[in-house]
Design a protein. Structure first.
Length: 82
């Protein structure tokens, strides 16, 4: 059990309005479920679209530069397959 789980359990023992944490249940088959599985099996973005997305976001007034930087960070994580 992780330290955060133990702290949560300790707080639930001492503070009345804090509920006990849910147990960490792992899959019996060993396959990922939920968001992790959906992220692992996500469809590919066309590379041409990925190249033009940050530059198109630069045309958004006032916040375009920030959106373009966030798009580059997103694409870095998107194309990094683990």
């Amino acid at each position: 059990m992780g330290i955060a789980y133990r702290i949560h359990e300790w707080l639930a023992d001492r503070v009345s309005f804090i509920q006990y944490p849910k147990p960490n249940v792992k899959s019996l088959s060993g396959h990922a479920h939920g968001w992790k599985a959906r992220w692992a099996t996500r469809p590919h973005i066309p590379k041409l679209c990925a190249l033009f997305m940050p530059s198109m976001l630069l045309f958004v007034p006032y916040i375009g530069v920030y959106l373009a930087v966030l798009a580059i960070v997103f694409l870095f994580f998107y194309f990094r397959r683990s």
